[in-house]
Design a protein around this ligand. Structure first.
Ligand SMILES: Nc1ncnc2c1ncn2[C@@H]1O[C@H](COP(=O)(O)OP(=O)(O)OP(=O)(O)O)[C@@H](O)[C@H]1O
Length: 212
């Protein structure tokens, strides 16, 4: 049975992001509640990963505000798993910090078809296996807000189906998902947040175009 998560919320209000002295986007507004999903799209370098880092609280906003209710699990290109540890041990490290049980890790590994790799050191996993391990870490965290950066990169068709099912289950349980991707990841009825480079500025007096 699907366990219900505490009702999460994630809202951006007039958010601007500046990196390396350059405005990536500004005036970004959206609000997601329990069961919602949003897809961040746009060309390379437009700021999709940066948006997820703002949502996670890992990057400060330049203007506007981010409001978050609920804990966050972030999956990006880093596994955030100790490469020297067997996979199950590496996942248990985070689960203990989250106050979780071994049962949660075992279940998450099952969801991502990783049970047979439990004793394999993380450094020996293939690209797709590492991505599945990252997703298992997110599932085991039992956090209501999932932030997924290119979650299907390196996954074969069977693994993409596991990802789609895990995301659907998370939404049914009341979680929310913000994903950045160039691919169709099977996130049904997600709202789209297309990012585009900001237009050139006309007013030299306001070089970042963020108003007074
Ligand atoms: N730590 C940093 N310092 C300065 N600039 C950065 C930093 N990290 C990223 N950037 C710049 O911010 C811009 C947006 O990067 P980001 O990774 O958010 O883009 P993206 O849309 O996710 O790209 P991709 O589709 O290639 O993954 C890029 O121009 C990048 O070079």
């Amino acid at each position: 049975m699907t366990a219900l998560l505490p009702a999460p919320a994630l809202a951006f209000d007039g958010v601007a992001c500046v990196r390396g002295g350059r405005v990536l986007f500004r005036g970004l507004d959206f609000a997601l509640g329990s069961g919602a999903a949003a897809l961040v799209t746009g060309p390379n370098g437009v700021g999709k990963s940066s948006l997820l880092r703002l949502a996670a609280g890992l990057l400060p906003v330049f203007a506007g505000r981010v409001d978050r209710t609920g804990t966050v699990a972030l999956a990006d290109e880093r596994t955030a798993l100790d490469p020297a540890l067997p996979l199950a041990e590496a996942l248990l490290f985070w689960s203990r910090i989250d106050g979780g049980t071994g049962g949660r890790v075992t279940a998450a590994m099952g969801r991502m078809d990783l049970a047979h790799l439990a004793e394999i050191p993380v450094r020996m996993l293939s690209t797709g296996q590492r991505k599945r391990a990252t997703l298992a870490r997110v599932i085991a965290a039992a956090a209501p807000i999932w932030l997924l950066d290119e979650p299907a990169n390196g996954l074969d068709a069977a693994s993409r189906a596991l990802l789609a099912e895990a995301m659907a289950e998370h939404r049914r349980a009341g979680g929310l998902i913000l994903a950045a991707t160039h691919q169709d990841i099977g996130l049904d009825d997600a709202i789209e947040l297309p990012l585009a480079p900001p237009p050139p500025l006309a007013d030299d007096a306001d070089p970042l175009g963020l108003g007074a």
